[in-house]
Design a binder for this molecule. Structure first.
Ligand code: 13P
Length: 254
């Protein structure tokens, strides 16, 4: 199983910035040995096709979309479908990020529909789960994230689950106001995700204030197959440094 190392740019980067980042990334990766590491970038929709045009020069880097609608086409103003996202270069469809659940009405039911749409079109579904601080404080983190994951993945066959990645991103760990979860805080949730979905899904990722100082320790947690990064990978040097950490982890691991 590769070490997944990916970034969502969230609502950041103009086309010029996206182009600059990707040109530099592809150039720097050059003939770097990425054996056992799976890099991915999830740009905003507007930059996807531009990033794809450049990233085709290094097919090891796969691209994703930050969201997609469950319907294939139609009167859904402002939405983007899975076929459109794939057409623009995505192979991964991110679903259920907490920012979408908190601010845009994403529910367990809509995540279930979106996972189904991603799988129907042969994409990888990257399902994000994560609890707010009050739930953590009440000691209910594991129950909460299992409910989110089980709801979104209900009824999927083992073959379908092989195209699903789950990212555990506690809400209290994400963004400027967040603090990274400690390995102690992550052991329980990852053990539960591993027990419930284990090797049936493509991989289990951690996200939330990942940086160059904590990435290596986070990758060593049992059940963590990779990291999903925001701010620390928005500059290409940061992403390259994290890819180096993943490579080093992989070589000490095997
Ligand atoms: P940060 O790494 O900026 O905390 O964001 C994590 C995230 O939400 C990735 O999806």
């Amino acid at each position: 199983m590769p070490v997944w190392m990916g970034t969502s740019w969230k609502m950041n980067k103009t086309l010029a910035q996206a182009r600059d980042y990707t040109v530099r990334l592809v150039k720097e990766l050059g003939d770097r040995d990425l054996t056992g590491v799976q890099p991915f970038i999830i740009p905003p929709f507007t930059a996807l096709a531009t990033v794809r045009e450049i990233a085709v020069d290094d097919p090891r880097v796969i691209l994703g979309a930050q969201n997609a609608h469950w319907d294939d086409a139609g009167a859904w103003t402002g939405e983007i479908s899975v076929p459109q996202a794939l057409d623009a270069g995505a192979r991964i469809i991110e679903i259920g990020h907490s920012e979408r659940r908190q601010h845009f009405g994403e529910t367990i039911e809509t995540t279930r529909l979106k996972v189904a749409a991603a799988l129907r079109h042969g994409a990888l579904a990257l399902l994000c789960v994560g609890e707010p601080a009050e739930v953590r404080d009440a000691g209910r983190s594991t129950a909460y994230i299992l409910e989110q994951a089980e709801g979104a993945l209900a009824g999927l066959s083992d073959e379908q689950l092989r195209s699903v990645l789950i990212a555990y991103e506690p809400i209290w760990a994400i963004g400027e106001a967040g603090r990274p979860a400690t390995p102690e805080e992550l052991r329980g949730p990852f053990a539960a995700l591993r027990e419930r979905f284990g090797d049936r899904v493509r991989g289990l990722l951690y996200g939330g204030s990942v940086n160059q100082d904590n990435a290596s320790d986070l990758l060593r947690i049992d059940g963590v197959d990779g990291l999903f990064v925001g701010r620390a990978a928005w500059e290409v040097e940061g992403f390259l440094a994290l890819l180096d950490i993943a490579t080093a982890h992989n070589s000490t691991d095997s």
